[in-house]
Design a protein around this ligand. Structure first.
Ligand code: SF4
Length: 377
C-alpha cells in the first residue's frame, strides 16, 4: 500500500442525489421526492462533466466513484452515460478503479450487466445491519436477504459493504452478525462507520433523548468490530476501513493522501491545484446554473501553506500507516522530526515511529481526532 500512498493519484467523484426513501440518520444530499428530475439532472451532469474538461485535459485520473444518494436507484443507462462522458473528455489510467455505490434493495441482474459494460469494477453495498428490524427502523429499504441476493448478482466482483456501529440497543452480537453477513456475501472490504446523529435528522431526536449508545459504548463496539474483523482477515487501513490484503479503496486513499479530485453534480466537492470548491446542494439551483452555462459552485477557497501541512497531517494520521517523513519533506521541505520536535513530546504516549515515518498507535487510532487536534494546537 505504501507504493499507492507515494504515487500521485487523482480521483473523479460523481454525485447521484436520488434515493427511494430517506433514512432516519441521513443528512446527505439525497432527495427521494425529486426522482422526476432525473432526466434533466443527468443532462446537466453530462454538461458539467464536459464543461470542466478543458482545464483538466493534462491530468490523468485513477479512480471514478459514483456516490449519493443511491446511484443504483436510477436507471443504469444514466450511469453508463456518465461513464461514456468521462471517457470522452478525461484521461483515465489503464487500471482505473471505478466504483458504484448500490443499495442492496435496488440491484438487478440487468443493472449489474450495464454497470460492467460501463467499466465499473468495484461495488460498494450499503448493508448497515444484518437485522431486518434495525434496517426498518433506520428507514432502509432493504433486508438482509436482499443483501445476499445483491452479493449473488455480484459474485466474483470486487465488493465492499458498509456497516453502522453505535445504533440504538446495538450489542456486540449485533455487530458480529453484520460482519458475518458481509463475509457470507463474499465482500473483500468493509467500512464500519460509527453513527453520528446529525442535527435535523430524526436520529438526532433519539440522540437528544439519550436512546443511542454513549461514546464509551460506541468505542467498545468499535473495538469489538476491529478485533473481529482482524480475526477474519480484514486488516484496518484507515480508522473506519478494513479489507483483505490488496483491496484498499484507491479512491479513498487518494483523499487521505491529500490527492486531487474533481467532483460533479449536486453537493460534489473538488480539490484541484490547491483550490477547494463545492457545488450547491440544491438540485434546482444546480440545474439552473448549468443550464445558464455557469458553474454551480457555492464555495471556493485557496488552501495556503500552513493549512496544506495541517491537512496533510490530519488526513495521513487517520490511516494505519500514518505519514512518511520523505513524503512530508517532498511536499513541504524540512525535516518533520525537527520541525515538530516540541509538539511530538506532547503526544508521545499516542504515536510511534514506523519504518518510514510516524503513525498514531493502533490502539489510539479511534480517537485520532482528539490527538491530532492537541498535536496541532
Ligand atoms: S440510502 Fe444513503 S443517501 Fe439515501 S437516504 Fe439512506 S443514507 Fe441517505
Amino acid at each position: 500500500m505504501y507504493a499507492a500512498l507515494k504515487k500521485k493519484m487523482r480521483g473523479i467523484y460523481i454525485h447521484i442525489p436520488f434515493c427511494k426513501a430517506k433514512c432516519t440518520y441521513c443528512d446527505f444530499a439525497s432527495y427521494p421526492k425529486e426522482i422526476g428530475k432525473a432526466e434533466t439532472y443527468f443532462a446537466c451532469l453530462y454538461k458539467e462533466i464536459k464543461g470542466r474538461a478543458e482545464n483538466l485535459k493534462d491530468k490523468t485520473f485513477d479512480t471514478v466513484y459514483f456516490g449519493g444518494g443511491t446511484p443504483s436507484f436510477v436507471d443504469a443507462k444514466y450511469i453508463f452515460g456518465a461513464m461514456k462522458q468521462i471517457r470522452n473528455f478525461y484521461k483515465l489510467s489503464d487500471n482505473a478503479e471505478i466504483t458504484v455505490e448500490a443499495n442492496p434493495g435496488t440491484l438487478s441482474a440487468e443493472k449489474v450487466k450495464i454497470y460492467k459494460k460501463a467499466g465499473i469494477n468495484r461495488f460498494s453495498l450499503g448493508l448497515q445491519s444484518a437485522d431486518d428490524k434495525t434496517l426498518y427502523k433506520l428507514g432502509r429499504i432493504h433486508t438482509a436477504k436482499d443483501f445476499l441476493f445483491a452479493c449473488e448478482l455480484l459474485k466474483g466482483e470486487n465488493v465492499s459493504a458498509d456497516i453502522l456501529l453505535g445504533l440504538e440497543d446495538q450489542t456486540k452480537d449485533d455487530v458480529k452478525n453484520s460482519i458475518d453477513l458481509a463475509i457470507k456475501g463474499g465482500v473483500s472490504h468493509i467500512s464500519a462507520y460509527t453513527l453520528k446523529a446529525e442535527e435535523g435528522t430524526p436520529m438526532y431526536g433519539k440522540y437528544l433523548n439519550g436512546d443511542l449508545p454513549s461514546e464509551d459504548e460506541q468505542a467498545e463496539l468499535y473495538d469489538f468490530a476491529r478485533a473481529y474483523l482482524a480475526e477474519n482477515g480484514f486488516k484496518r487501513y484507515e480508522v473506519s476501513n478494513f479489507c483483505k490484503e490488496g483491496y484498499e479503496s484507491k479512491h479513498n486513499m487518494n483523499y487521505w493522501n491529500r490527492g486531487e479530485y474533481i467532483g460533479f453534480g449536486v453537493s460534489a466537492s473538488s480539490f484541484i491545484s490547491e483550490r477547494r470548491f463545492t457545488n450547491t446542494e440544491k438540485i434546482d439551483e444546480y440545474i439552473a446554473c448549468i443550464l445558464r452555462n455557469k458553474v454551480a459552485e457555492i464555495f471556493s477557497e485557496e488552501i495556503e501553506g500552513d493549512e496544506r501541512e495541517f491537512e496533510f497531517l490530519m488526513l495521513g494520521l487517520r490511516t494505519e500507516k500514518g505519514i512518511s517523513y520523505r513524503d512530508f519533506t517532498a511536499r513541504f521541505g524540512g525535516d518533520f522530526r525537527q520541525k515538530y520536535a516540541d509538539k511530538l513530546k506532547t503526544v508521545e504516549k499516542y504515536v510511534e515511529e514506523t519504518e518510514y515515518g510516524i503513525r498514531i498507535k493502533p490502539e489510539f487510532l479511534y480517537v485520532q481526532n482528539t490527538i491530532i487536534i492537541n498535536f496541532m494546537d
